[in-house]
Design a protein around this ligand. Structure first.
Ligand code: P6P
Length: 338
């Protein structure tokens, strides 16, 4: 069969064959996550109709409480993944604490960390939103889950990826053997291989940052933005500015077109001096993906994948994208501002 007719299930099995000691548990885990994403995608597509179709927004025709889409996404993933027997714990951007696997279900050796619906504040404007996931192996023996099992540095991820609910629904994932993209073919409900071995351009021509925070940035960050906005055609400057305000959409464009996405530290919210993006469920998975595509991700000083999380919702600054662009930013940030 042509590579472009390959389903994600076939691809998962081909990846599994690369690991002779694989038990198939991992394939089961990812396959179930894909089912959850298809359910979320269906809901996301009709969410704009909730009012038009006359749903109260509280009680739907089945008599079930119609939850907000991100709560729906969170519940869908937790429900589907809990009974699989492959997980020992979950961490969700929507849940304050570690999500235990109910005692009635068999536990497994994997930890799933996810942002169920990143960018959900954009749904009413019909802007792309996404689900981000990250998978680790349990590092402590026995069934008991310790904090070290969920607070692992990103380089220990065994898989990462995202689902993008946009003009089409896409899945982009890696298990450490390249970065691959699949597009949902709604007529048959299958994700088909559409972007094999994604490579990010070594350098781009787009930078992505919320310029509205300019007055909340320090001089080093302002110097970074000045670099991308100065007119120097011989150096391919200025870059274009694109900022959707939905991380998965901004990252996906950066991955395919090149350039850099930035969420620098800012003084906007004293409770979030490192910016609003979370290390474990947003930055670390995207850092694994971009590295597989030949790019880089840093908090301005360290490789995102090297950072040991101190707590499950730790926030870090993020500079991610084309290797040459990220290196340029790190050089500028290192220079002491007068
Ligand atoms: P700001 C969406 O709310 C989100 O978490 C990310 O998807 C997005 O990159 C970021 O916030 C946008 O944040 O502060 O620029 O509106």
């Amino acid at each position: 069969m042509s590579k472009f007719g390959m389903t994600v299930t076939e691809h998962l099995l081909s990846q599994q064959r690369l690991h002779p000691d694989a038990t198939g548990a991992f394939t089961v885990l990812l396959s179930e996550l894909i089912v959850a994403a298809k359910i979320i995608s269906k809901e996301a597509r009709k969410s704009g109709l909730t009012d038009i179709l006359g749903f109260t927004g509280d009680i739907n025709v089945q008599g079930e409480a119609v939850k907000k889409l991100d709560e729906f996404a969170n519940t869908s993933i937790i429900r589907r993944m809990s009974h699989l027997g492959q997980l020992c714990a979950m961490v969700s951007e929507e849940s304050a604490d570690i999500i235990e696997i109910p005692s009635k279900y068999q536990k497994g050796n994997y930890v799933l960390i996810f942002d169920p619906l990143d960018g959900s504040s954009n749904i009413d404007a019909n802007v792309n939103i996404g689900t981000i996931f990250s998978i680790y192996k349990k590092v402590t023996p026995g069934e008991q889950v310790a904090s070290v099992d969920v607070l692992q540095p990103g380089y220990r991820q065994v898989a990462a990826g995202y689902f993008l609910y946009g003009t089409s629904t896409m899945m982009v994932y890696t298990t450490g053997d390249g970065l691959h993209g699949f597009t949902l073919y709604p007529a048959v409900g299958e994700f088909l291989l559409s972007h094999e071995n994604i490579r990010i351009p070594e350098r781009g021509s787009i930078f992505s940052v919320n310029m509205g925070y300019t007055n909340y940035w320090d001089e080093n960050v302002k110097a970074v933005v000045d670099h991308f906005t100065k007119a120097d055609p011989e150096k391919g400057l200025p870059y274009s500015l694109r900022y959707i305000g939905s991380l998965v959409a901004d990252f996906h464009r950066t991955l395919l077109y090149g350039g850099i996405f930035m969420y620098p530290p800012d003084r906007k919210d004293p409770k979030k001096p490192h910016g609003k993006l979370r290390l474990t469920c947003e930055c670390a998975p995207l850092a694994m993906l971009v590295k597989q595509a030949g790019g880089m991700a840093t908090d301005g000083e360290r490789d995102i994948l090297e950072i040991e999380p101190g707590e499950i919702h730790q926030r870090v600054p993020l500079y991610i994208g084309s290797a040459k662009d990220v290196k340029t930013v790190m050089e500028i940030l290192k220079t002491e501002r007068k």
